[in-house]
Design a binder for this molecule. Sequence first.
Ligand SMILES: Cc1ncc(COP(=O)(O)O)c(C=O)c1O
Length: 405
Amino acid sequence: MAFILSQRAQKLTSSAIREILKVTERPEVISFAGGLPAPATFPVTQLQQACNEVLDTEPTAALQYGPTEGFMLLREWIAQHHSERSGVAISAEQVLVTTGSQQGLDLLAKVLIDPGSTVLVETPTYLGALQAFSLAEPQYRSVRSDDAGLVPEALSAEPCEAARFLYCLPNFQNPSGRRLPLERRRQLIEIADRAGLLVIEDDPYGELYYEGAPLASLLSMNPSGVVYLGSFSKVLAPGLRVGYVIAPPDLHRKLVQAKQAADLHTPSFTQRIVHNVIKNGFLDEHLPRIRTLYATQCRAMLEALQRHFPAGVQWNRPEGGMFIWVQLPEHIDSAELLQAAIEQHVAFVPGAPFYANEPQPNTLRLSFVTVPPAKIEAGIARLGSLLTARIEAVGRPGKAPAAAR
Ligand SMILES: Cc1ncc(COP(=O)(O)O)c(C=O)c1O
């Protein structure tokens, strides 16, 4: 049957990561590619109990259509949690439960971006946000970022007044794993506030810090100028598809209208399951287990990188989250390396798709959370050999990269 695609649909491309994930599903592949949480952290027993309780006690509400804004008890839990965390009053009326925080990104694109609108993003940034925003056809301006994240001085040099929003990921960013220091958070908020620039704070990894305490959220620094995206995907299970947006009232209203058009509401059943599991403090005992597991695997990967990666390759040491970001010598293209790696049954995600502008093909993202330490060692050793061979084969033309690790 003939059909004519909209111009918007014609521009759609598949996520590089989802394409790679198809290959990495093969059991022989050691995959550092996915952004998937470790299945060992899924609270299966608690979820099973919650399913039974929800169906026993409120089967009609759980299986019936519900309000677009979300299940009120869950919205109240989220509001209270963030009020306690941030020290500012967040009301349940500001919370919109979404079908994963990915839907929050999609709804924000729909209500905030016109074709050609300027959107400010970090360098690099979350690929899924670029996918969601791109459907609304913005112009991206990539704000300079360094190993610590977005550089506030670079933001002050941008035409912030003309931009619809700044999208940023202050905690253990996907893909780079970096955490924005407190002082930079303050500066960023000050610059954005002065320019009247709306800030979108995407924070699915905020609870996955390995040591110490979390840093103050951007939301806590300016609740009327920040839209916060949260998710239960990385702290319970992504298959539940429960996330949320905390937004100032006017914007909240528009997001609700956009969500009505998108899916009426997030499933009544999964919202109640999430609430049932977390309502009595389950996360306080569950999160430390996730943090310990991920910190152990992160350490295993850092040690393996130190052992097997050749000089000239650099990587960061994340303080939380799920990712390590690797910078190869300038002349090595990680997409080409991936082809060779897949033949050796190892996978990672090339870095270029994470750039809204001027991709850096010599970067790549490694996830350590779903691979046990012995396999991390084997996979990194294979990648290290491939890299050494490639660096030797291609030679070191032009500017030699810093040898520091
Ligand atoms: C930075 C970031 N934002 C949003 C999402 C979407 O998460 P979900 O829709 O599962 O809540 C992800 C998923 O990996 C992510 O890494």
